[in-house]
Design a protein around this ligand. Structure first.
Ligand code: HEC
Length: 106
């Protein structure tokens, strides 16, 4: 019994700590669920939208010519585009920061 309570506490503390630090592997899961139908992660070819490999080394977004940085990539995710849905309300802030961490690894 005592062990269970302790285990639950450790899990809770772990979850709270996890919110501060973006987790690229969780971002990868979100990407597979929400984004991979339209974006390749491993090449630059278009699927429905542009391939996101090397996104952060690209300099500018294809979509709007803005510099590639967290604010502009997040803006793209929040607002969507001509053919991209807006994820402002479908993803949590935590999901989005995990996603950004993942996109940086591409
Ligand atoms: C229904 C298809 C679709 C889905 C789902 C989708 N996108 Fe897109 N995305 C697009 C299209 C199309 C564009 C090009 C801009 C536009 O809409 O005209 C784009 C553009 C982008 C860009 C800008 C790339 C550049 O170089 O300009 C980023 C970053 C991006 N999407 C990330 C994501 C992420 C992250 C997700 C998942 C949360 C996602 N997209 C889900 C279709 C999609």
């Amino acid at each position: 019994m005592r062990g269970m309570i302790l285990g639950a506490l450790v899990a809770l503390v772990g979850a709270a700590a996890g919110e501060q630090k973006p987790d690229a592997s969780k971002g990868n899961e979100t990407f597979d669920e929400q984004c991979s139908s339209c974006h390749y992660a491993d090449r630059i070819d278009d699927k429905v939208g542009p391939g996101l490999k090397w996104l952060y080394s690209k300099g500018k977004l294809d979509a709007n010519g803005k510099p590639v940085n967290d604010a502009n990539v997040l803006g793209m995710i929040n607002r969507g585009g001509k053919q991209m849905p807006a994820f402002k309300n479908t993803l949590t802030e935590e999901d989005k920061s995990n996603l950004l961490a993942y996109l940086k690894t591409l």
